[in-house]
Ligand binder design. Structure first.
Ligand SMILES: [Zn+2]
Length: 390
């Protein structure tokens, strides 16, 4: 590494450090930035001037001071650019535009008529184009596209397997980059949901979190030591396919007795049909079951409670493995909270190894149905900010 390059790298690192400090502590004075980063005041001042020129940071009126001249405060300018993020579900597309602070400024949702890739891809590109067209005018415009998918996704954005969509080996990142001249990020939807909840969901960031996304299937995203854990090749978290019943119900992954065959929306609907609570042709069956339970239908309530117990069984395994501080249940099942939560809590309380429970919180996603889209926005924004060059 030559000297010039070395100085350039150090400068970039310092600038990223200054910017991330302003983002995390906004509003903040220059002196306080210097104090937190350990950089000298002159360095901070010159880097802040660059960030102001780049419109990523702005100055506001004087902040509080304990005497003397009151300092000008620095604010992160979240309106300098916008991200487009999509939560691609088994039967829906939820697209959002967010600013650089993750604030959703516009959203659009549509139902997918068919999970076939040939059907979904044109609808996806159309939705993304609509969102790009809708993004407010700004210095950097749309800074990237993120898509969360219920799939095993490699580190380079290839969908290796999406059992519930019946997709295999699809170069989604590459295909989208050919259509849009923007950086594209693809991630497993549960990983994105976990990241979204960590970044934007709760007031204090959890460093050890297991996020369980329950819809047609089950996906799990893990935050370990403050970082998203994706494993060697990006495939960690396929916990929906852990075996909970020996020789149990067959699963689309090819195994028997997988957790998602007992604790997912699909499992709930299948069982409701078997028990004749629903007939097979019922449109929007999940919503219908919620309505039945809300009206006091005992069979529907019992079914939700049983599914809650199965959710508890899988969660207990996760808790015993990871000793998380927080477990978050996200996606569609949030709507069934009042019937499934007591069963989940009862199972976890009776079956996890005792000392794990001391500080354990079981919550439902704070961002509601937006966890995955928000997580994809966070990935996109962070990659944009890290790639800022002078
Ligand atoms: Zn399976």
């Amino acid at each position: 590494m030559n000297r010039t390059w070395n100085q350039y790298v150090v400068k970039q690192e310092n600038k990223t450090l200054v910017l991330s400090t302003i983002i995390n502590e906004t509003p903040i004075s220059r002196a306080h930035v210097a104090q937190i980063t350990g950089l000298n005041k002159g360095t901070v001042s010159s880097l802040v001037s660059e960030l102001i020129d780049e419109e990523l940071v702005e100055e506001s009126g004087p902040g509080e001071s304990s005497g003397g001249r009151r300092p000008v405060m620095l604010l992160f300018n979240g309106k300098a650019g916008y991200s487009v993020a999509v939560d691609l579900g088994v039967d829906y597309l939820l697209g959002v535009i967010t600013d650089l602070t993750g604030q959703i400024v516009y959203e659009e949702k549509l139902q997918l008529p068919d999970p076939n890739f040939e059907v979904v891809f044109p609808l996806l590109t159309k939705l993304i184009q609509q969102l790009i067209d809708r993004a407010p005018k700004s210095r950097y415009g749309v800074i990237g596209i993120g898509v969360g998918v219920p799939a095993v996704v490699s580190h380079d954005g290839e969908i290796l397997l999406a059992p519930n969509l019946n997709w295999k080996k699809i170069q989604l990142k590459q295909q989208l980059e050919q259509v849009f001249d923007l950086p594209v990020y693809i991630e497993n939807e549960a990983n994105a949901g976990a990241y979204g909840e960590m970044r934007y969901g709760f007031d204090s960031m959890t460093k050890h979190m297991v996020y369980v996304s329950i819809s047609i299937g089950i996906g799990v995203g893990m935050i370990l030591d403050g970082k998203l854990y994706t494993g060697l090749s990006g495939f960690a978290g396929e916990v929906g396919h852990m075996t909970i019943v020996k020789n149990g119900r067959p699963c689309r992954c090819g195994n028997l007795g997988c957790w998602e065959r007992y604790a997912s929306e699909q499992a709930l609907i299948d069982e409701a049909v078997t028990r004749q609570i629903l007939n097979q042709q019922q449109p929007d069956p999940f919503k219908h079951l919620i309505e039945l339970a809300a009206k006091g239908n005992q069979e529907a309530i019992t079914l939700f409670e049983e599914i809650g117990t199965y959710i508890g069984i899988g969660l207990t395994n996760c808790i015993n493995i990871f000793n998380p501080e927080q477990v978050i249940i996200g996606n569609q099942f949030i709507d069934a909270k009042q019937w499934i939560y007591p069963a989940i809590k009862a199972y976890v309380d009776h079956h996890t190894i005792g000392f794990h429970q001391l500080d354990l919180k079981i919550d439902f996603a704070r961002l509601g149905v937006y966890s995955t889209a928000s997580g994809m926005a966070a990935f996109t924004v962070e990659n944009f900010l890290l790639s800022q060059k002078t």
